[in-house]
Design a protein around this ligand. Structure first.
Ligand code: UTP
Length: 297
């Protein structure tokens, strides 16, 4: 049986340039969908999948993230004295048990692969998950939980996969499929951000991974790849040349690319509509602006 996955890496050391000027002082992962920061969605998903150790790869200027997961004694005392138990309950989800969370610095933004490599000593010789908080996934069963269940059957390496339009392949790591089993896809290769005409399939990797510790060894060997960065995709693809399995997993759920402005706005509307207390007003407003827009055409 495959070893249990209990550790997750959250690479949050990127510069977030697509959200400048906001990200000059606010880490991208603290930006909120309705009332919860992106990182809270990622943590909740990891907890649901049985993760017990949370490793953040951070960088300069990400202090707000560390504060977010700390206790807030003054605020908590104030809420307690006013008997605001519902708000205290909401705050509870943001607290982490002592020792459950670790922060590692990536001193230079050398790419996602490099960020994951920075956490190698905390992972040791165990399988681990990687969650990119910019990819927010709305799903009945949280995406990483779906993947852990699949991993418990297959072992090896699993990457979350979804179909994308052919012209979008240059924005993703794309999978070269050996055998399509439906939910699971056995992979024979991976290419980072290929041109449309060079893409081996329309299956793209998105920000959820379950990886073998060998991938960390592969990262040791890697020089920079596409875009001058050290690519995680290349280190996973190296597993194949060493005869270890890599699977794509077609998760059930809707993924929002919250690293882009359009994706972030779509997620805001979608998560807003999913909230019973907001739904009616937001829906009425959307209808109203659609009508005004139509009339103007
Ligand atoms: P992105 O490609 O979205 O880059 O990184 P970015 O810097 O966050 O944002 P833009 O493109 O400048 O707007 C994908 C994920 O990998 C992490 C990011 O924090 C994000 O979670 N990452 C990327 C690192 O941790 N270190 C890096 O060197 C690069």
């Amino acid at each position: 049986m495959a070893k249990k996955v209990t550790k997750a890496i959250f690479p949050v050391a990127g510069l977030g340039t697509r959200f400048l000027p906001a990200t000059k002082s606010v880490p991208k992962e603290i930006m909120t969908l309705v009332d919860r920061p992106l990182i809270q969605y990622a943590i909740d998903e990891a907890r649901a999948a049985g993760i017990k150790e949370f490793i953040f790869v951070t960088s300069r200027g990400k202090g707000a993230l560390e504060d977010y997961f700390d206790h807030s004694p003054v605020l908590e005392q104030e809420l307690r004295s006013k008997n605001k138990t519902d708000l205290l309950e909401i705050l509870k989800n943001t607290n982490m048990d002592s020792g459950a969370i670790a922060y590692i610095r990536q001193h230079k933004a050398l790419g996602l692969g490099h960020a994951v490599w920075c956490a190698r000593r905390l992972i040791g010789n165990e399988p681990f998950a990687v969650i990119l908080p910019d990819d927010v996934i709305a799903a009945e069963k949280p995406c990483l939980q779906q993947m852990v269940e699949a991993y418990n059957e297959t072992g090896g390496n699993i990457v979350a996969a979804m179909e994308v339009a052919p012209e979008r392949s240059s924005s993703y790591g794309m999978l070269d499929v050996e055998e399509d089993r439906g939910e699971l896809v056995k992979i024979k290769g991976m290419v980072e951000k290929p041109k449309q005409e060079d893409s081996p399939s329309n299956l793209a990797v998105i920000g959820r991974y379950i990886l073998s510790p060998n991938v960390l060894k592969n990262l040791n060997q890697l020089k920079s790849g596409s875009g001058g960065e050290i690519q995680l995709t290349d280190a996973i693809a190296a597993e194949l040349t060493q005869n270890r399995d890599v699977f794509g997993y077609r998760f059930k759920g809707q993924r929002f690319d919250c690293g882009s402005k359009a994706g972030f706005l779509q997620a805001t509307v979608s998560f807003g509509l999913a909230r019973p207390e907001l739904r009616d007003d937001l829906y009425a407003y959307l209808q109203e602006i659609m009508q005004v827009d139509k009339a103007a055409q």
